[in-house]
Design a protein around this ligand. Sequence first.
Ligand code: NAD
Length: 422
Amino acid sequence: MSYDKVEVPEGGEKVTVENDELQVPENPIIPMIHGDGIGQDVGPAAQKVLQKAAEETGRDPHWMRVYAGQSARDKYGEDVNLPDETVEALREHRVAIKGPLTTPVGAGFRSLNVALRQTLDLYANVRPTYYLDGVPSPMKAPEEMDMVTFRENTEDVYAGIEWEQGTEEVEKVRNFVEDEMGFDETMHEGPIGLGLKPISEKGSKRLVREAIDYAIENDRDKVTLVHKGNIMKFTEGQFGTWGMEVADEEYPDDEVFAAPDSLWEEQDEVDIPEDAVMVEERLADAMLQWMQLRTDEFDVLAMPNLNGDYLSDAAGAQIGGLGIAPGANFGEHRCLAEPVHGSAPKRAGQDKANPTALILSGRLLFEYLGWDDTGKLIRDAVEETISSGTVTYDLARQREDAEKVSTTEYAEAICDNIEDLA
Ligand code: NAD
């Protein structure tokens, strides 16, 4: 397709799909959104590190700047937050990386992040949470954390089906729910906001399937389905039921073992086939406790959208906070890498923010392209930089022995380490 304000980098080739397989050239075009707020700091810094690691391992990515949020308003006009050509660039090139985008609270436009995930049907948000040597953590044994969360990305209360208080629509929905569905004494009198929580068989099963396949491929022991099905029986509870059906019906027992009654009974006594991945259920509130008290017992977590948002941030805090935590969204032959953190407006434009989360998100993207050696080099160079005490402000304030450096200096230090380690 031809673009208006986006420059297509010369000499790059597209990532494509043939016979249901991703075809990755050595010189792929990778669309990149630097992002709002601290995105203007961490975006360019991460791009530099990713480029360096790719070059050192014999690859030649061609970055294609595309725009969303403030950068789109600057380029396309005040009312354009997510230009069509940005969405098209992401659709056409299959892989991309983005920094954070600001969402106004209460009123204003809907989340651009959510819009992108829904439009491109990026149904799984995957966040690996692992400890890097030298990162300050509030936990006694942060190195016990090695979890990967799979968060359903297209439905739940994030689907955006909601009605504002005081509108004709909200009264219509209230009347329907009260008069026709029989919930006539459930809602309080007076102004009210209402929303829907759709959880479908399709959305639940494909997410859980993805988590189980990941566990099998990466030699993990357990997949935990995290929900609040004791209260929200027909949405969260059904997510658990459909998830267990996938485990039970779609894989042989010696490969995947669906633990019976795992919500209410300890599984220590259960006889699990050797080498099988165990799939169990846990309630979300208890899970937040177990994650801290029995960190090493968990491996891969799969959950509906809202639980996934909360739990993955909390898991990130255990290994050093949002500046570190990477993520990526996956769909059918698609990957959009993005850090867990937001645009942190208070720190924007000060060359202070930590680009690690975006850099490690780029590592996930490279691994999706099959560039595992590039990914490993990035991880090793980041770890070397942090453990030697060169860190940004967020980690420096928790470590007495550290040297506090700017975003730019930190990225340069990682590039030096990439060169040394390559
Ligand atoms: P946030 O993640 O932006 O910031 C919370 C705090 O975490 C910051 O004040 C800062 O102290 C720290 N922090 C976060 N990232 C950091 C980094 N890279 N380096 C150092 N410190 C860092 O969360 P928020 O304040 O709740 O949200 C701000 C905006 O970001 C909102 O508009 C929100 O909608 C948006 N947001 C976007 C995404 C996304 O783009 N995927 C995700 C979350 C929030």
